[in-house]
Every structure is written in structure tokens, then in C-alpha cells.
Write a protein that binds this ligand. Sequence first.
Ligand SMILES: [Fe+2]
Length: 279
Amino acid sequence: MSFIWSDSMREDYWAHGYLNIQGILPPSLRRDLRREAAKGRERTRHDHGPQAPRVHQIGEYAEHIDFQPFRDYAELPELCDAVERLFGPGAKPTGEIEKIGILIEPKEHSWVHGWHRDGQVEVPPESHDDPEVNGALWERFTTRHIYNQVNCALYRDSSLWLVPGSHAQPDGPGQIQTSYTDRCPSKDEGQPEEEFEEICLDHCRSFPGNPIQIHQEPGDYLIYRNAAWHCAYIVSHQPRATLHHNPAVPGKSKFKYDWMAIRKRARERSRQGPSASTP
Ligand SMILES: [Fe+2]
């Protein structure tokens, strides 16, 4: 059945922070994209090893990957129509073709990325209570033409977990970043895969705020507010090739806070350590 837009989808997106547009990629396009994604997966593993999490950008492999299916994807009329209905005139499913990434499955063992909000993850966790950092972040988080991200699944993909509504809510009790910290599980040498899978799953399920696991079938175009709390648990036993990029959403904003300067100061304070400001 072909995709049919409903205006409640727009309301859902802004209320819950995600929208999975089901089955919008036709089978022939999925087939062409899978073929090119496989080339990217192979090159990336060759360059970055068996646990490589993604083809960073397909532009890196311009000599090996045929971009035409990605152009067809970017220009797919039903998808262009849905994205314009969601964001308004001039919005497009993706920005530059060369910048499309592809999320892939690990070859050796499963892994979990950990909980985080994009943006917030750019500053050290000890600065997350800083009013200036929060002022700058929330000014950006509430700006609708930024912090939109796409995962378009070419195979079944249930890797992403998200706390619905958290894109518009301050951090709740216990909502503390685990990505890039020692709170994020990592596999011990010799640990059985099945044992580690349990630990990863528990890490996803136990985060405060009633997180959900988002299930995508091949051809589903998921768009989400990456300011929301989210986490990825990627299993090695399921093929994965999920296009990962931002949509192109027109918009201008004049920010009161200079995020880049605030981010730099927060990082410098962290490097100095807590004792540096203690008399
Ligand atoms: Fe993220």
C-alpha cells in the first residue's frame, strides 16, 4: 500500500519528537540502495575494522559507490511531499547527497551507544547543570528547523530507543548522559555475546522517562528530534544499512547565546578540573 499523509502526523512529530513514515521507499529503490550500501559497508570495514559503526559519508567513497540511487531517494516525489507537509515549503528529504551516512551492523559483537541528547553531548557532563549551557541549548532545541535527524532503514532496524516528548522537556530525575562515559556498557574480553546483549538491553530499558524502542521495516523513513534523549543498541546478528542524515529545512534564526563560545568555555573548564576554580 502506498503512503498516505495525514495532518495528525505533523502534530505527532512535534508532540512526541519522532515520526516513522512507513514503507515510503519502493522495492526497486530499496534494492538499488542496498546494493550501493553494501559497497560502502565493505569499504568502511576495510578502512576502519569490523566494528565500524557507519559509513561516515558516502562522499568518501565516490569512486566505489554509484550516487544515482541516492539522488532518486532525495527526489522521490512521495517523500518530498511528506517532508514539505511536515516542515513547510522548501523542505527536502536530505541535504547534500555526498553527506549521507549509512549506519551498519557490527561484524564481531553487538554494542550500545548510550543515552544522550545531541548538542548536549558536545559539552562535558559536569556542565549539564550550567544555566548558561542550558540557556544556549534550549534556545536551539526549541528552534524547529534544526535538530531534525533521519534514519531511513533499508533492512529491518530496531536499534533506536527514544524518550517520547523529551525533546521539549528539561532533564528529568536520573536522566544523565551515558554515551562516552563509563556508565555505558562495553563488552568484556571473552564475555559471551548473549550475556552482553542482556546488559545492553537493560541499559536501554532502564533509562528514566519511559523510553520506547522504535521498530522500522525496510523502506521506513524515520525522522526524529535529536534533541530528545535517545540511545542506539546495535546487534551483530541483524543486517543493517540505515541512511543517516539531516533533512534540509529552510529557516533563519538569530540566537541570543553564542553556542560555540559557550561550548568552548565548558570544555576548557572541564580540562582545568574542579580544583581550578576553588580558592
Ligand atoms: Fe545522537
